[in-house]
Design a protein around this ligand. Structure first.
Ligand code: NAD
Length: 304
């Protein structure tokens, strides 16, 4: 029987701090397929996440089909805005949420992975993080600093991860990120340069697939996911409207779940997808294929 088999593989999922987002769902799907999973967590969210785990608050979400709890082999502090510790300003390094966690930069993560597991510890790297400090502002009102921060954390961070973790990979390794259709179509409200960041992320996926494919033999893909009420998305403010609108106007009117994205990610990160790289793969109930909504006066459709 053809199945997704990730036994003996190690994954790093960057951007997990609770059980509500795509990163957690991908981590769980990878573990269900047999992979060992490490995560990278943003220092300001690290203590809250550790508390959730220790107090059993997310045990229901961690429950695996065999009854055991999803385990994380390591939880690394990671602020993907910084390639090296020296790049972080003093006010960050001295901040109470950062000062005791060690080297939280991308280079620090690479170094810790090497120390913990040897020279080639990785088969899978997932980039499931984004931040746009001015996401609620229209692009027209976005400051240069806000725009560059969005692109730095949400897009350049993938370049940095591939550059620094590529050398740590084993043969057949694969990278995956998460993008959103606002990169290519206008989604009012997805502002602050986040739409620009996602456009960069998708373009970089193609270029990195070529460059890192030739250099390290790795694959690089991105999933364009439909809207989900994660913690990050709730910060946008109109996520429920986005979910309802997308559901009403998609080819499939079933609810899109984080697990849908988790399972598609497990496939793309598995040897079954050995020939897939440089791709934007839509996991959105087909919404991206629509050219006109089905709701509203004078339209044709009707939800099934
Ligand atoms: N939720 C959606 O509707 C949706 C749709 C399409 C794509 N995505 C993408 O999915 C990915 C995961 O987001 P999510 O919506 O599941 O929310 P999430 O809150 O689960 O994940 C975002 C994570 O990014 C982390 N983060 C923020 N700044 C960081 C930094 N500087 N360094 C390291 N980590 C940082 C946060 O702590 C959080 O854990 C993002 O790339 C997002 O843009 C989300």
């Amino acid at each position: 029987m053809l199945s997704i088999d990730l036994k003996g593989k190690r994954a790093l999922v960057a951007g997990v701090a609770d059980d509500g987002g795509y990163g957690f769902a991908i981590a769980k799907a990878l573990a269900e397929a047999g992979a060992t999973v490490c995560v990278g967590t943003w220092p300001p969210a690290l203590n809250i996440f550790l508390n959730l785990l220790e107090r059993g608050k997310i045990d229901d979400s961690r429950r695996m089909p065999d009854g055991s709890l999803l385990q994380f082999e390591k939880i690394y502090p990671l602020d993907a805005a910084y390639d090296a510790l020296a790049d972080a300003p003093e006010e960050i390094r001295g901040n109470k949420r950062y000062k005791d966690v060690g080297d939280f930069s991308v280079a620090g993560l690479a170094q810790r992975l090497g120390q913990d597991f040897g020279d080639h510890p990785l088969d899978i790297v997932v980039h499931s993080l984004a931040n746009g400090p001015e996401v609620k502002k229209p692009l027209l009102d976005t400051s240069r600093a806000g725009y560059l921060a969005a692109v730095s954390v949400s897009a350049y961070s993938l370049v940095s991860l591939v550059a620094r973790l590529g050398p740590l990979t084993r043969p057949g390794a694969s990278f995956l990120s998460l993008t959103y259709m606002a990169s290519e179509r206008v989604v009012p409200g997805y502002g602050g340069g986040m739409s620009s960041a996602k456009a960069a992320l998708e373009s970089d996926t193609r270029t990195l697939a070529f460059e890192a494919g030739r250099k390290y033999g790795v694959r690089v893909n991105t999933i364009s996911a439909g809207p989900l009420a994660s913690r990050a998305a709730s910060a946008i403010g109109l996520i429920q409207r986005m979910i309802e609108y997308t559901r009403a106007n998609s080819p499939l009117t079933r609810e899109l779940t984080a697990a849908d994205v988790g399972r598609a990610a497990a496939f793309l990160l598995s040897p079954l997808a050995a020939g897939v790289t440089g791709s934007v793969v839509y996991v959105d109930n087909g919404y991206h294929a629509m050219g006109m909504g089905v709701e509203g006066p004078g339209t044709l459709g009707g939800a099934a």
